[in-house]
Design a protein around this ligand. Structure first.
Ligand code: PNS
Length: 167
């Protein structure tokens, strides 16, 4: 039987415990999962795509069957390029559903052979998002229970650099 591969695309700016929760759930269902970090020239992320990949990679040592790479362009094309049969997306709250539903149907229109699989996050991760964590961390809040230590340390370093006086 052929390997059942899924892609898990996203910004991962930076990776949170919410992402890892979804990743572990996906890894339990599929033979392998390829995490795709979107290189999005339209957005200004806190971390470069390479930095986001590195942060994710350092969380993967204990996760066999999971790899991470960057991608540009359409998610469905990225999925096809690695032979994936599914796109994994995490759902936290009802408000996620509207956009995710729209994206899933668009992706199905673009490539009907690739299905989107929604996985529900743990209750404890419902309020976690990369953007909220960045905001809280930048303002001095404790986010240690919301993201892996590599992400938290990387944010501290980045925000310290941004605060450093110029000239
Ligand atoms: O982590 P995010 O920012 O919620 O991830 C969004 C992502 C990367 C999954 C979405 O923006 C995406 O798929 N972008 C790639 C371009 C694309 O395929 N657009 C059409 C999607 S319907």
């Amino acid at each position: 039987m052929s390997e059942r591969i899924a892609v898990y695309p996203g910004s991962f700016d930076p990776v949170t415990f919410g992402h890892l929760d979804i990743l572990d759930r996906a890894a339990a269902i599929f033979d392998s999962v390829v995490v795709g970090v979107l290189e999005n020239p339209g957005k200004t992320p806190l971390f470069t795509a390479e930095e986001r990949v590195e942060l994710l990679r350092s969380c993967l040592e204990t996760r066999p069957g999971v790899e991470v790479t960057t991608f540009r362009g359409l998610t469905v094309e990225f999925a096809a390029s690695v032979g994936a049969i599914a796109i994994v997306r995490g759902l936290r709250v009802i408000s996620d559903f509207e956009t995710e539903f729209q994206m899933a149907l668009m992706n199905r229109r673009l490539n009907p052979r690739v299905n989107t699989v929604f996985l529900m996050t743990s209750f404890s991760n419902v309020f976690i998002s990369s953007s909220l964590i960045k905001e809280v961390c930048q303002l001095g809040g404790d986010v240690a229970e919301m993201a892996p230590s590599v992400s938290v340390e990387a944010m501290h370093r980045r925000f310290a650099t941004q605060r450093a006086p110029h000239g």
